[in-house]
Design a protein around this ligand. Sequence first.
Ligand code: N01
Length: 532
Amino acid sequence: MASAENLDVVIVGAGISGMYMLYRMRKLGLSTRVIEMGADLGGTWYWNRYPGARCDTDTIEYSYSFDEDLQQEWEWPERYPTQPEILTYLNHVADRHDLRPDIMFSTRVEAAVFDEASNRWRVTTAGGAAFSARFLIMATGCISEPNIPEIAGMETFEGPIHHTARFPHEGVDFSGLRAGVIGTGSSGVQAIPVIAEQATHLTVFQRSPQWSVPAHNRPTDPDLVAEIKADYAGFRARNRLESGAQLSHIPANDVSALEVGEAERQRILEERWQLGGFPFFGAFNDIVINPESNKATADFVRAKIRAIVKDPAVAEMLTPDYTIHCKRPVLDSGYFETYNRSNVRLVDINAAPIQAITPRGIRTAENEYALDIIVLATGFDAMTGALLKIDIRGRDGLKLRDKWADGPVNYLGLQVTGFPNLFTITGPGSPSVLTNMMVAIEQHVEWVTDCISYMVEREHACIEASAEAQAAWVAHVNEVASGTLWVSCHNWYQGYNIPGKPRVFMPLPNFPPYVEKCEAVVANGYEGFVLS
Ligand code: N01
């Protein structure tokens, strides 16, 4: 057995959460190492380099809040930052706080085993390195493990096949090529208009039509920025309170779609449509809980799609018939307009499924499509994929893979019973992807930091979620989710995109009450946790 480097803390992942976690652990004076699979930092923003990749949350709130000077100094050129801009920003943060020396790159964690005799985690990497740490913090991201579908004949294709989350760093020039894109989620919807402009021809293979609203990207408004920077801390605090399902600082209208007349309803929806982005979904306060309000909003978007797309048959294929906002909402820049181009074809693979990838293209039940390059915009094994890829074993050799065989269980989305001193940043069972991720990450990192500081001060060896607290928490998450329309369609929140994955609603709706709960747990001496 390789000798292990002794540390206080091992953090897995050098994305937004791993970087901030490292910063915090250092401030506590704890010896810390971040282990990162990628050749550089940035997580999501390191890997997702597909054409058109940018964040869909306003830059002014998709940034760290912990460094006041940084947030005052940094200037974002547009409403939504591009992938390279975010990566530049994260590199700047790493340099500013000298984070790199404690990050090991190009190193994949293979296993983490809890040793009950020493109360320490032994973490081993694919390259054979070993670490022994008191605390293990999984900052592996919610949407990081790509979903590569198993399609017959994939290996026979004569051109390149790229997943959006593993796109070549040097970029891809689509000019002169016949391109095919499989998948129309956030990644596909961003990539498709850009690829269509470059490629000779583009074929989009659509399994589900997508509810998408215009992003309305634009240059940053200097007056708005000045106003926010005059009281950035206040803005962040309000943002936390408002950071519900609409993922935006612009508050939702506190009115039901059913409380206003038809003309007023249309006026509000049009006003929100013009605002662009997630605030559209805040037009009314009940679109994720009331089927009739949801339908009113959906009908408005259906009419927009039909007005934009000129060919009625194509418009019909692009028009969803399921609950709006049930799948994670998508923002676009000219997505539906792209289908008016003469070099773009839409193929409904729900009606005629893909049968195989052939040496020269894709064959469906109806046709064969000649292609030079294929892009898989097929998403991720979300929330649990990256965690379960690692062989994590807690007390009595219990494997996390077995513990979660029927879906993830934990307490507060932070800790799993039987896995002491192991924390998951934005784990399943926490608001995570139903919140602005920056906000969710900072809240978790700060909670874990306070917890570890508390343990160190009081010389506690272990903290572990109690079985009772965990059971109650899982029941709570299910109860909250079942009161929403998020359980009414086949979304990745419930694992529907991954064959064989347990169908469990993974994130917890509603951030502000969650934060209150986390604070109450601390105020009550880490209620629900066993400290030893
Ligand atoms: O992945 P997705 P994504 N055969 O799962 C289809 C965040 N994000 O990478 O809907 C054929 O949403 C699948 O079809 P269906 C954001 O949280 C943010 O686009 O399952 N098709 C769907 O159309 C987002 O929600 C940003 O029926 C298959 C598509 O592929 C999350 O990441 C940008 C298939 C996958 O869509 C994931 O987005 C990008 C198969 N076997 C991502 N398997 C921004 O901030 C799947 N599909 C802008």
